[in-house]
Design a protein around this ligand. Structure first.
Ligand SMILES: [Zn+2]
Length: 309
């Protein structure tokens, strides 16, 4: 029986791997630093292969018991062809036929997916979105992205580029230049860098961390509570359009900033209630992601087993 799936979550800082059983439970995991292998796609591919095989050997799992390997990548991925189109933060990755290369090297079936979509698949089936057919899974971090489950399937768009919620325009401020080539994007207001700058200004301390602002808020400090309420309002503003258009049952909020979800939630709900259309506002719920940094690995189980259609 092909019981297991291997999930590989390739990030700009770390590559995380895990073996997932058919109930979505991670039975083993490992990680290595991306930067040691960043010099070329080949170096990183070799490291991924070596680590996948080492993890299987360590757990005594033969290849015959592995249904496949799901790889989450931080960029644009042609899921059908198995080609990495571009990884903006990892040099040298352009039009890499990764599925073919890995299948040959590993002797296992391989599926590629965008990292946010992988998280979305994991949260949908095994996490905060269990049992729902329509949801938005938003990740708040350095970048801001979203995966979409619509009518019980992941929606990738014909160019595999759907869900780019971070690049919904919020303002016409031309000084807020965005990496996507536009300006005034949602990510420029709720991405980590801008939250960090805002916190530094508010508390008059350059190195204050967002975690520290959260602890202050939990202790009831007014200024910190105000900070997270303001972040919640901005997050909600970026969600009004997608919620009105897609009518989701829930919005899952993940990524580093989601650690402060409870502090933002009341502000998010208030804005959505007053500014979204009635039906959409009444139907949508806001929930914190449940699988934390395992979602991108557990999602591989869903990709390999459930998303073959
Ligand atoms: Zn942008």
């Amino acid at each position: 029986m092909k019981h297991f799936v291997v999930g590989v979550d390739i990030g700009g800082t770390n590559v995380k791997l895990g073996i997932v059983d058919p109930s979505g439970k991670m039975v083993a995991r490992s990680a290595f630093s991306t930067k040691d292998f960043i010099r070329s796609p080949r170096a990183l591919i070799d490291a991924v292969c070596a680590n996948v095989l080492a993890l299987l050997a360590q757990e005594g799992i033969a290849k015959a018991r592995v249904a496949g390997v799901g790889i989450g990548l931080p960029g644009l991925v042609d899921v059908k062809k198995g080609v990495v189109r571009i990884l903006p933060n990892i040099p040298g990755w352009s039009e890499v036929p990764l599925k073919r290369v890995l299948e040959k090297k590993l002797g296992l079936a391989v599926q590629l997916e965008n990292d946010v979509n992988m998280i979305t698949l994991g949260e949908w089936v095994y996490g905060a979105g269990k049992g729902m057919n329509d949801l938005i899974c938003m990740t708040l971090g350095t970048g801001v992205g979203a995966g979409l489950i619509l009518d019980g399937r992941i929606y990738r768009g014909p160019g595999f580029a759907a869900g780019e919620i971070g690049h919904v325009p919020m303002t016409e401020d031309r000084s807020a230049i965005c990496g996507c080539g536009s300006w005034g994007c949602f990510e420029r207001y709720v991405g980590n860098q801008s939250l960090q700058e805002e916190a530094a200004r508010l508390f008059d301390r350059a190195n204050i961390s967002l975690e520290e602002v959260s602890s202050k808020a939990v202790k009831g400090e007014k200024k910190a509570l105000g900070f997270w309420a303001a972040v919640g309002e901005k997050v909600a503003l970026g969600l009004i359009g997608p919620i009105n258009i897609l009518n989701p049952r829930c919005v899952i909020i993940g990524g580093g900033v989601a650690r402060s979800f409870a502090l933002m939630k009341p502000a998010i709900e208030k804005v959505i209630k007053s500014r979204c259309m009635k039906t959409q506002a009444e139907m949508v719920r806001f929930v914190k992601a449940r699988l934390d940094d395992s979602a991108g690995i557990i999602g591989a189980e869903v990709l390999i087993r459930h998303e073959k259609r």
